[in-house]
Each structure stands twice: as structure tokens, then as C-alpha cells.
Design a protein around this ligand. Structure first.
Ligand code: GDP
Ligand code: IMO
Ligand code: MG
Length: 433
């Protein structure tokens, strides 16, 4: 059985949660490798909805779930999510849930810094989720971050916390004119949560290596999307982690030679939450249709998602950066009833045609999309389980997206429920390298 990475090929919210849940049936373990509780992954099973933020979507199927070292962890948010899942009938045990001791902790001052910084930026804000994600990754790279494992060595933890507070309180007070924090309150709170999390802390890299050596199949669950990657996305309007396939390896401690399949999830159109360039964004009745029919409200923050046509330049970019083996095309049903569909095949600037994503964000900002038009379909596609049963126009549209992106559609999704899916090429059926 193969090891498979599932990640977003656009700006996040592509439907990763649904696809992960669907394919989890064939995996032995699911591991998150980056991001934090800025993610919101929705799955619908027999009409029952679950929204996961930090815990891998595989938990609903009772598979072993892990949080890799590349994730930033807010222990309070994690404990709250565990409680909510418990209420929904999903039991989490120390045997079935593991968190890397190397995971960086989101601290209360990170959240405060995130919010204060956005406020200061005013109109130029990134539109972050306000969960402290960026400041936590900054501390990691600055080599002063506090890791989950540090909580179990009180002296080390207190010394690090003191050093961090001296620095961040200074910035909060003098630069942002914002609230500051005392050591004792944070220390006691985090030590209490450390006790609660102790059964789950482990060496995830070694656990994964042992599982793979024993022939088990691992699913790597990405959060956010390629265009939000800190290097390859629409910088600076990105998140602060490596959302791309390479991040799955560094974020779990697994070598790239062990990956057999990279599945990019893409909506049959495009959405984005937060600020930043979005060439195919629509401000008309079609945009309204995508927003309303697609229920495009954020799963984490409840913010309205901006909507637009499918952008083949974006997904081609994702195909290259991630080495996509296949794509899962979601929300095809949202296009039902639109008489004409547009696909962005390239960009245009000052009369010059650009086939690839420009690296300069100020250029992308002024790029015009070059559209190709295709006829839509009027029949409902929801619930269709055979590709041949899709309207001819829908099959033509899918084929055109495959040609333009160079990526075969391995999975087609026509509704939020697990069963509203067609698997054309099962990633887990691939032979091991
Ligand atoms: P993620 O962050 O990539 O996991 O995606 P989200 O869960 O944030 O957003 C995707 C939304 O689309 C969720 O509400 C899903 O239930 C829903 N969804 C997923 N696939 C489909 C589909 O094929 N059709 C429709 N109509 N909804 C879908
Ligand atoms: P999932 O996993 C869509 C966006 C935010 C903001 C930018 C930076 O559900 O696809 P951050 O709080 O990460 O510093 O915010 O990234 N963003 C997402 N957009 N889906 C997500 O996750 C996102 N996580 C962060 O809106 O523009
Ligand atoms: Mg989401």
C-alpha cells in the first residue's frame, strides 16, 4: 500500500477534509505536517458534519492520527477540539493519537502579536485567522520557540518562557501598545495542559518509520494550499508554513523517497479567504452563485470566501511545485446550471501573455486573466457515482482542466458527503516504490 500526500492546490478550503476522510479507509495512519488551528477541514458522514482544525481528519474513522513536528500547536485549542469530538462520539486515546515532542507551541503572546500586527497594518493587513500562527513560526526560525517536549522539563520551560516574555512583552507594550503577559499565569496554565497531553507525546518520525517498515500505508494531510505557501504562494499574502509536498517530509521527519503519490485537491472553481491577489475573482452574479450554492463561508473563522473561475495557471503552478501525481476535483455540482463556464488559461499584462505565475506580487496584482469558454450543463451532478453518467459537458470540462493543468483527475466530488464521490485512480492502490 502506498504513502500518499493530500494537499491543497489552490488557496485552501479545496475540500481536503472530505477527500482525506474518504481515502482514510485505506490508510493505517493519518499525519498532519504543517499549519495549526488556522485550518478548518469539513467532513460529512451520513449527513453528520465534523469540522477539524488540528486533529487529522482520519480520527472520525478511528485510524491512528498523528501531529508532526511541522505543526504549530495551541494546547488549549487542541484540548477543546478533543472535547468537542468526544461530544460527537469520537473517542481519542493515547494509543490512537500521537503528537511529536518537537511540535512548536503557540503561546498567548503569539495570538496577541498576530492580532496587534494586523491592526497596525490596517488596510494592508494579510487577513490572518488571528490564531498566532505567524508569530509562532517566527519564533521557531529565530530559535527561541518553545516545543511541546520542553513542557516536561520545568527548568528549561521556565527559562525559555522568561526569555520569550522579556522580548515579546517589550514589543507588545512599546511597539503595539497592546496587553502584556506574566510568567506565572502562562506557566501554570501550560504545565496543567502538559499533564493532560502527556499520554499523547511521542517520537512521530520513528513511529512513522516503524509503521512504513511494517508495510503500513500513511496518509499525509496538508492544511491551507499551495498558493498560501510561505515560499511558493502569493507572498506576503500567505500563511507562515511550507504547505507544499516538500513540507510533508520536513514536517514529519520522513524522507521523500518514501512518498508514492501526491494528490492535489482543487475546486472546480477558485476561492480565497483573506487579502491578496486573486486574478479570476468575480464580483458579479456568477460570483454570487458560487458563493451561495457553494456555501463559501470559512470553516474556521466564518468569513466569506472570495469566489472566481478556475485558474489553470494556479493549478499548473501547484502541479510543478508539488510534483502532483493526480488531482481530486471537488464541488463540480456547484457549477450545475451555469450556461457558460470560463477557465483562466494564462495571464496578460501590457499585451504580453504569461503562461506561468509571476514571482512578483505587484505584477500578479495587475495581471488580467485570459479566458477560454466552455458550455455548462443543466442536469444536477450531485450523487452521480459513475463518470460516464456525468453530463457530456461536465466530462468535457474535466478533460479540459486535465489538459490545461497536465494533471489527471483521480477523484471527482459532487457533494459534501463521503459517498458523493467517484474514484477514477485510487492513490493507495499504487505499488510501493
Ligand atoms: P478544506 O479546508 O480543504 O478541508 O475544505 P473546507 O472544509 O474548509 O471547505 C470545503 C467545503 O466544501 C466544506 O463545507 C465541504 O463540506 C464542502 N465540500 C467538499 N466537497 C464538496 C463537493 O464536491 N460539493 C459540495 N457541494 N461541497 C463540497
Ligand atoms: P484550510 O486548511 C484558507 C489564510 C488566511 C490568511 C492567510 C494567513 O482550511 O484550507 P494565518 O492565520 O495562517 O497566518 O493566515 O492564510 N488561511 C487559510 N485560507 N484555508 C485555510 O486552511 C487557511 N489557513 C489560513 O485567511 O489569508
Ligand atoms: Mg478549510
Amino acid at each position: 500500500m502506498a504513502n500518499v500526500i493530500i494537499l491543497g492546490a489552490q488557496w485552501g478550503d479545496e475540500g481536503k477534509g472530505k477527500i482525506v476522510d474518504l481515502l482514510t479507509e485505506q490508510a493505517d495512519a493519518v499525519v498532519r505536517f504543517q499549519g495549526g488551528h488556522n485550518a478548518g477541514h469539513t467532513l460529512v458522514v451520513d449527513g453528520k458534519k465534523y469540522v477539524l482544525h488540528l486533529i487529522p481528519s482520519g480520527i472520525v474513522r478511528g485510524k491512528t492520527c498523528m501531529i508532526g513536528n511541522g505543526v504549530v500547536l495551541d494546547p488549549a485549542a487542541l484540548l477543546q477540539e478533543m472535547e468537542e469530538l468526544n461530544r460527537l462520539g469520537v473517542t481519542i486515546t493515547g494509543a490512537g493519537f500521537k503528537i511529536s515532542a518537537l511540535t512548536q507551541l503557540i503561546m498567548p503572546y503569539h495570538r496577541e502579536l498576530d492580532v496587534a500586527r494586523e491592526k497596525r497594518k490596517g488596510k494592508g493587513k494579510i487577513g490572518t485567522t488571528g490564531r498566532g500562527i505567524g508569530p509562532t513560526y517566527e519564533d521557531k526560525m529565530a530559535r527561541r520557540g518553545i516545543r511541546l517536549g520542553d513542557l516536561y522539563n520545568r527548568q528549561v520551560f521556565e527559562a525559555k518562557l522568561q526569555e520569550n516574555l522579556a522580548y515579546h512583552n517589550f514589543v507588545l507594550e512599546n511597539y503595539h501598545n497592546a496587553a502584556t503577559f506574566t510568567l506565572e499565569a502562562i506557566r501554570d496554565d501550560y504545565l496543567r495542559m502538559a499533564d493532560q497531553l502527556a499520554p499523547y507525546v511521542d517520537d512521530v518520525s520513528t513511529l512513522l518509520a516503524d509503521a512504513m517498515d511494517a508495510g503500513q500505508a500513511i496518509l499525509f494531510e496538508g492544511a491551507q494550499g499551495t498558493m498560501l505557501d510561505v515560499d511558493h504562494g502569493t507572498y506576503p499574502f500567505v500563511t507562515s508554513s511550507s504547505t507544499v509536498a516538500g513540507g510533508a517530509c520536513s514536517g514529519t521527519g520522513v524522507g521523500p523517497t518514501r512518498i508514492d503519490y501526491v494528490l492535489g485537491v482543487a475546486k472546480a472553481y477558485t476561492t480565497r479567504v483573506g487579502s491578496g491577489p486573486f486574478p479570476t475573482e468575480l464580483h458579479d452574479a456568477i460570483g454570487e452563485h458560487l458563493f451561495t450554492v457553494g456555501h463559501e463561508l470559512g470553516a474556521s473563522t466564518g468569513r466569506a470566501r472570495r469566489c472566481g473561475w478556475f485558474d489553470a495557471v494556479v493549478v499548473r503552478h501547484a502541479a510543478r511545485i508539488n510534483g502532483l501525481t493526480g488531482m481530486a476535483l471537488t464541488k463540480l455540482d456547484v457549477l450545475d446550471g451555469l450556461p457558460t463556464l470560463k477557465i483562466c488559461v494564462a495571464y496578460q499584462r501590457n499585451g504580453r501573455r504569461l503562461e506561468n505565475m509571476p514571482s512578483d506580487p505587484s505584477i500578479l496584482e495587475v495581471c488580467e486573466p485570459v479566458y477560454e469558454e466552455m458550455p455548462g450543463w443543466s442536469e444536477p451532478t450531485s450523487g452521480i457515482t459513475q463518470v460516464e453518467a456525468l453530463p457530456k459537458a461536465a466530462r468535457d470540462y474535466i478533460q479540459r482542466l486535465e489538459t490545461l493543468t497536465g494533471v489527471p483527475a483521480s477523484i471527482l466530488s459532487t457533494g459534501p458527503d463521503r459517498i458523493q464521490t467517484m474514484i477514477v485512480d485510487n492513490p493507495f492502490a499504487r505499488p510501493r516504490r
